[in-house]
Write a protein that binds this ligand. Structure first.
Ligand SMILES: [Zn+2]
Ligand SMILES: [Zn+2]
Length: 246
């Protein structure tokens, strides 16, 4: 017994020196107990888009004169969601943090990212008059493999910050579709057609809801989800993502 106690006393400080926590992006030691996975210096370097955007789809504009005007794509065909907003382009530090968030063990980044999104996008009135927040669902098989749905983690954190209730298992992904990554925009839309279903439609009838996902690539996932929600009787569907690839 004496020996074991002695060993544990020796082992404890050794494990601490051998495995301290380092920032997963820059490698600096995490000193503040509040710092988890990423250091505050890296988080401060995450860049948001602060200029004007398309009032509907949220496309980033780089000229002040474009403010208030619909983008070419929305002029051609308005998306089913009333507006979509994103924190910034899917590049640089923002992309690095989002990619880390997909790893097991880095789920706590969801709270950090949700806080950034809430602080940056609430000023745009995105959360005003909302009845529910809904995550873009994963197919149950995909979720089982991955272990969690990052859109759901974000939605949960946003619900806590905004006091807007989270709606679980109303919008579901009924059909498992091939990964979107390798597909062109038109193929993406075909790939997703009819993949989402609304259960317990009465919950959202006449309601204004916010759909949450991590990345906006072509918008086809959000469009398909929004179409289903409107078909099920939702009054208005808004959308929010962390980053926008286009
Ligand atoms: Zn760092
Ligand atoms: Zn637009």
């Amino acid at each position: 017994m004496k020996l074991r106690f002695g060993l544990s006393r020796v082992i404890h400080p050794v494990t601490v020196t051998v495995f301290p926590s380092f920032c997963r992006l820059c490698g600096r030691a995490l000193e503040d107990p509040e710092e988890k996975i990423i250091c505050t210096r890296c988080l401060d370097r995450v860049e948001f888009h602060r200029g004007p955007v398309c009032p509907v789809c949220g496309r980033f504009y780089h000229q002040a004169a474009a403010a208030g005007h619909l983008c070419g794509q929305c002029l051609e065909q308005q998306p089913p969601f009333s507006r979509h907003r994103s924190l910034g382009p899917y590049s640089g530090r923002l992309k690095e943090v989002i990619l880390l968030f997909k790893y097991k063990g880095c789920e706590s980044l969801g709270r950090v990212l949700a806080l950034m999104a809430y602080e940056h996008l609430a000023t745009d009135g995105l959360f005003e008059g909302l009845d529910f927040i809904l995550p873009v669902p994963l197919h149950r098989k995909r979720e089982k493999v991955r272990g969690f749905n990052q859109a759901e983690l974000l939605s949960g954190a946003l619900s806590g910050l905004s006091d807007v209730p989270l709606l679980h298992r109303v919008l579901i992904k009924a059909r498992n579709t091939p990964a979107q990554v390798s597909l062109e925009a038109t193929e993406r839309e075909k790939n997703l057609r009819g993949a989402f279903e609304v259960r317990r439609a009465g919950k959202i009838a006449g309601r204004t809801v916010l759909l949450v996902d991590d990345v906006y690539t072509t918008g086809s996932t959000l469009k398909e989800c929004a179409t289903e929600l409107l078909r099920a009787g939702a009054r208005e569907v808004r959308a929010m993502t962390l980053a926008r690839a286009v």
